[in-house]
Write a protein that binds this ligand. Structure first.
Ligand code: FAD
Length: 324
């Protein structure tokens, strides 16, 4: 069974989540005694694509069509499906990102493949079936799903696997064309909104996030969140009520009805830790909670907790980070 992995690129760089799925795909290929090929989407450079050899990828297909720089569902789906057909891929791996979620379902229909989203570990064979463990119910439960079609698609949850780095190994980069036409770009968004945060870090991809809730009292105090975010090289986020009252833009709202993130570090400042908020952040690797109420529910989910007033703690924390 050959394996094809979808690599998302932005501004020439391979996204961190794609380094993770490249590693995942090459480990699946090893399990199956096969090799992993990649197809790149977005704006890439050949040098950066060649470096995917470090994650165990042998070959990368890249269509340099300029309109593929930004996400267009129809065009991306056709490109990936064409690569899958050409390579005879039986297993398709992608990141469980906004792009992965959007194209995953379309690819599933187009390729008549079963799809497991939110995969948290490598697949295994059980009773002759190909089984994938996936997060369910906003990450509160894990479910084993058997993918029974010949072709299988796995969308891997961010931060579920560490990107391996075998320095010096390179992948061959091959020009590839899916013969895309204007019709394939018909569903292109009219405007692409870059959701850039303080310090230029995009929230969905950020390794560190500093987030504020109603305990911040008002938008005039957000400089405290932004100062810490800048010192750490982090993105900023917020709870739903904060964006509901326009203290912060809606694209910063994390949780059940907002963005789901899995950074290495999530610092929650003046956020109570309601279940709907936790649903979007509880797979963060390390959670730090700053809250003046020692009974705040968020402390139960925290790795480190500071019981204190955000207006005292944040300036001191930012100063301490700057002095590191
Ligand atoms: P609060 O609950 O008011 O908490 C403020 C916290 O700040 C308190 O714990 C308080 O002790 C602390 N505090 C106050 N002053 C200070 C200070 N000076 N220093 C330190 N700490 C201080 N919420 C989300 O965030 N994301 C979602 O996606 C989401 N989806 C929802 C979907 C549904 C269907 C529903 C019903 C609700 C949803 N909610 C969501 C809302 C959620 O239930 C909570 O109401 C919300 O998360 C609370 O936001 P908060 O923690 O900022 O505010």
């Amino acid at each position: 069974m050959s394996v094809l992995v979808v690599i998302e690129c932005d501004n020439g760089e391979v996204k961190k989540s794609s380094l993770e799925v490249a590693t995942y795909a090459s480990q699946v290929a090893q399990q199956l005694g096969s090799t992993a090929t990649a197809v790149a989407v977005g704006e890439a450079t050949e040098d950066n694509l060649a470096k995917l050899g470090e994650q165990g990828i042998s070959k990368v297909l890249y269509d340099a069509e300029p309109r593929l720089k930004d996400f267009v569902n129809g065009a991306y789906t056709k490109l990936i499906a064409t690569a899958a057909e050409q390579e005879g891929a039986q297993v398709l791996v992608l990141a469980n990102s906004n792009i992965g979620a959007a194209v995953g379902s379309r690819l599933s229909i187009r390729l008549k493949a079963s799809l497991a989203t939110n995969a948290v570990e490598l697949p295994r064979t059980e009773g002759g079936q190909f089984v994938v463990k996936r997060g369910a119910f906003s990450g509160k439960a894990l479910a084993d799903v058997a993918l029974t079609t010949d072709r299988k698609i796995i969308a891997v949850k961010k931060n579920s696997i560490e990107a391996q780095q075998e320095a010096g190994k390179t992948a061959s980069v091959e020009k590839f064309s899916a013969n895309l036409t204007d019709a394939d770009f018909a569903d292109a968004p009219k405007q692409v909104v870059m959701q850039e945060q303080a310090g230029g870090v995009l929230l969905p991809e950020a390794a560190k996030v500093v987030s504020g809730g109603r305990g911040m009292k008002g938008p005039e105090n957000w400089n405290l969140i932004e100062d810490l975010a800048k010192a750490l090289g982090a993105a900023t986020a917020c709870s739903k009520p904060v964006s509901d009252v326009d203290w912060r833009p809606h694209h910063e709202h994390v949780g059940q009805t907002g963005i789901t993130i899995s950074p290495n570090l999530y610092i929650a400042c003046g956020i109570s830790g309601a279940i709907q908020h936790l649903a979007g952040v509880n797979s963060s690797k390390v959670i730090v909670v700053i809250n003046k109420d020692p009974e705040a529910p968020f402390f139960k989910a925290a790795d480190y907790g500071i019981v204190g007033d955000v207006f005292d703690v944040l300036p001191k924390l930012t100063q301490a980070v700057k002095e590191l």
